[in-house]
Design a protein around this ligand. Structure first.
Ligand code: PSU
Ligand code: MN
Length: 304
């Protein structure tokens, strides 16, 4: 068996890659585990349109019946959205099992990076990455996304990190692993729902071209890792810091009380925050993802 038996490209993505046109990767855990139905499916389809409007072919990535799929049909996106938590949340460790068993998996940032890299896609847009969780000094809950950023050559555009994570420790971990953290038109790490935090990014970038040049340099000198591009939520969609901080603190407390662990932690917290904020966090979440898709598409276009 060789790799090509395991990867399946959609015709549009295959064509775009063949013609060396800009392509961006999109993940699928955000669809099944990151947002409720039907907003998850609407958002995923809207992201694909926004990528095309900005000159990039979208490749939404998931594992379907054991195939590493690069580019999904509308039916597949709808299936992942409807199935929700019943689909396996697939990170690096899960991929061989799902492939061997010919099962389905919604890919996390880590797994999406792996499949994007196999497909030759260099830029990936998401909402938030996993990171070092609050309390990780006792739980050791550190997302596999960080290890992937250290070793897989894909640039990930996100809206910073949610404060369900320990932002300071997440940045320390990325520094140790040698992952560049670039701020798009900001010196401060955005905190997902809000456009700033008390933490600094490594470098401020002014344009998509400047970011594309850093990616090209990373490849040219033969570095194997990825990089993180933090793109602040547009001001008009940003949430009130007090409101969202309280919602996150309450969600984290409830997760502890209920003994939520391991891969269930992030989806539990995401759903709880939507519930506590009466859906206003979901609106912000959707807009920041759109904003990231726009920037990722521009970067991919400049990389050509
Ligand atoms: N953060 C978000 N939304 C998400 C996720 C994280 O704001 O949907 C998802 C991403 O797929 C990310 C995964 O890769 O959760 C991280 O999960 P864990 O913390 O279990 O590694
Ligand atoms: Mn974890």
């Amino acid at each position: 068996m060789n790799l090509s038996e395991h990867i399946k490209f959609s015709p549009k993505v295959e064509q775009a890659l063949k013609e060396n046109r800009p392509v961006i990767a999109l993940e699928s855990t955000i669809i099944s585990h990151g947002m409720p139905y039907p907003q998850n499916v609407e958002t995923a389809l809207a992201c694909e349109n926004i990528a095309r409007e900005n000159g990039a072919e979208p490749a939404t990535i998931a594992i379907i019946q054991g195939k590493l799929c690069v580019g999904l049909t509308e039916e597949e996106i709808d299936y992942l959205g409807k199935a929700g938590l019943s689909v396996t949340k697939a990170s690096r460790r899960d991929i061989p099992i799902l492939v061997a068993r010919k099962q389905d998996g919604a890919t996390t940032v880590a797994a999406t990076m792996i499949i994007a890299a196999l497909a030759g896609i260099k830029v990936f847009a998401t909402g938030g990455i996993g990171g070092v969780h609050r309390g990780a000094e006792t739980t050791m809950d550190i997302s596999a996304d960080l290890e992937e950023l250290a070793q897989t050559p894909v640039a990930v555009v996100c809206a910073g990190a949610k404060s369900i994570l320990d932002l300071g420790l997440t940045l320390e971990y990325l520094e140790t692993k040698g992952v560049p953290v670039l701020g798009y038109q900001t010196e401060m790490l955005p905190a997902f729902f809000t456009n700033t935090s008390e933490f600094k990014v490594d470098y401020r970038m002014e344009s998509a071209q400047e970011i594309a040049d850093v990616i090209s340099a990373q490849r040219a000198i033969g570095f194997s890792g990825g990089m993180l591009i933090a793109n602040p939520i547009p001001e008009k969609y940003a949430m009130d810091a007090k409101v969202i901080d309280k919602a996150i603190a309450d969600a984290v407390k409830e997760a502890e009380q209920k003994g939520i662990q391991g891969k269930d932690t992030t989806p539990f917290l995401l759903a709880k925050i939507v519930e506590i904020t009466g859906g206003s966090s979901l609106k912000a979440n959707i807009q920041l993802v759109f904003n990231n898709v726009r920037l990722a598409s521009q970067i991919a276009s400049k990389l050509q």
